[in-house]
Design a protein. Structure first.
Length: 236
């Protein structure tokens, strides 16, 4: 009998919310998982709870050494099929407290791009792979209450566009999917009057379905795609 090795998925930001829901769903699909975040105890608890092979790595994606550390983790794993970048932060910051703006840019923009570049370079060498970045519908417009959050998500989203263009130009079977969630019921959801709120499980199911279809971009839940279309028409 031929033994098929399990596919490997790496999730950055797997200790809660959307990343955790992705971990649960991918574990149930038989993936070998590598879970990254800062909260070690939570990661270990999750690894104990999940079926199958689970590796945990404590990492702060806002650290300057994160891209290098991430590249080393990927090299040690050998083959990796999918990398999900869900780690992110955000604050309502009407007072423009710079420490909050600075943290947001460091994690969501610089940190995200560093992790995405490390992931892409790994897939380029490997000759295949699927990079999935969780950005936000916030990437599509500015925000008076959370200017750094929306700007950092726009940066992350454009960075993914660049990597996708690079993979296409190289004619490599490397796929890059940008996931733009609207509101998802997690600790991150800070809006005063959220609407069309999806559960993390629903978000994870729609993300995995977009990955299965190799979509370049997907709105979660799907109805946010209509908002994106209207925004694009209004901005013309
Ligand atoms: N919830 C929403 O309504 C919504 C909407 C649009 C986009 N998003 C995006 O979805 C992604 C996931 O957020 P969520 O909703 O699932 O919220 P969440 O439950 O707060 O999850 C955030 C995850 O990111 C990790 N993280 C935060 N800062 C990190 C850092 N410096 N280094 C490493 N890991 C870090 C957290 O783990 P540790 O704290 O253990 O490090 C946690 O696992 C974020 O990028 C967010 O911007 C969320």
């Amino acid at each position: 009998m031929i033994k098929v090795s399990p596919r490997t998925a790496v999730i950055a930001g797997a200790s809660s919310g959307i990343g955790l829901a992705l971990a649960r769903m991918l574990a149930s699909r038989g993936f070998r998982l590598v879970l990254l975040a800062r909260r070690r105890e939570l990661l270990e608890q999750i690894a104990d709870e999940l079926p199958g092979d689970v590796i945990t790595e404590v990492m702060d994606v806002g650290d300057v050494s994160a891209p290098e550390d991430f590249a080393r983790v990927l090299d040690e794993l050998g083959t990796v099929d999918q990398i999900y970048l869900s780690a992110g932060t955000g604050h309502l910051n009407p007072g423009l407290d710079w420490s909050l703006e600075d943290e947001t840019f460091r994690v969501n923009a610089l940190g995200f791009a560093g992790m995405a570049a490390a992931a892409y370079r790994f897939f380029e060498r490997q000759g295949s792979g699927h990079l999935v970045g969780i950005t936000s519908i916030a990437a599509l417009l500015g925000s008076a209450e959370a200017p750094a959050y929306n700007a950092s998500k726009a940066c992350a989203s454009r960075y993914l566009d660049g990597l996708r263009m690079r993979a296409r130009a190289a004619k490599l079977p490397v796929y890059v999917t940008d996931i733009l969630p609207g509101f998802v019921d997690t600790a991150m959801m800070k809006a005063e009057k959220p609407f069309w709120v999806a559960s993390p499980e629903k978000a994870a199911a729609q993300i995995i379905s977009a990955v299965d279809r190799k979509n370049g971009r997907a709105y979660v839940s799907r109805r946010w795609g209509v908002v994106a279309l209207l925004l694009r028409l209004l901005m013309k």
